[in-house]
Design a binder for this molecule. Sequence first.
Ligand SMILES: O=C[C@H](O)COP(=O)(O)O
Length: 233
Amino acid sequence: MTRMLVSVRSVPEALLAAGAGADFIDLKEPGEGALGGLPVATIAAIVRALRAHGVASPVSATIGDLPMHALQRIRAQVEAVGACGVDYVKVGIERGPQAFAVLDALAACDRPVVPVFVADRGLDAALVAHACGLPFPALMADTADKQAGSLFDAVPMAQLRHFLAQVRAAGQLVGLAGALRTGDVPLLQALAPDFAGFRSAVCVGDRATALCPQRLAALAALLRGQAVEPLAA
Ligand SMILES: O=C[C@H](O)COP(=O)(O)O
């Protein structure tokens, strides 16, 4: 079964997502871009609060939307976020020649990094193959432009299948995200990634607004294969 990753920005949101059955709690500031970063003090506080409430689910956090040429800042931010006690540090990977060196540098970090391929212009199979040869625990695809439709609008199904097959063959976990909606669940179930990431689909309004408990519960049920009443748009 595809596990549910939910992106949250605060302690109350993190506890809400955990209570709704999120398998992965992902810490980010959705108002700051696709991989918007939270202050490290906030990340550390959320991790502490989750553990204090007995939530054992893995926690990931993003380093913010940094360009591929900012390798020093990427490294420093991976270290700072990793030191907050998260299980995974997510780093956005923009396609282009510099991305190969960034992946090499991330693989050499002492932190468990999950590269997130920014897939608005499709996935670069050579870049993915490079990441598959490095010791990352998981690889993800996501989109930057959340207004342009979902990941399934940006990347052909055949390319997504190939991505999953490549990552699985390397023994890594594979995750998909990108403005995924409840209507995309059948496509997700057809692909069966190890996990799928959500923010837009579980908010009251756009992804920068508050989490909606009803939408969270409905999505969790759908991913478990349960029938749910349609929610108002
Ligand atoms: O990592 C997952 C993302 O935060 C998903 O956000 P989104 O559903 O708005 O694309």
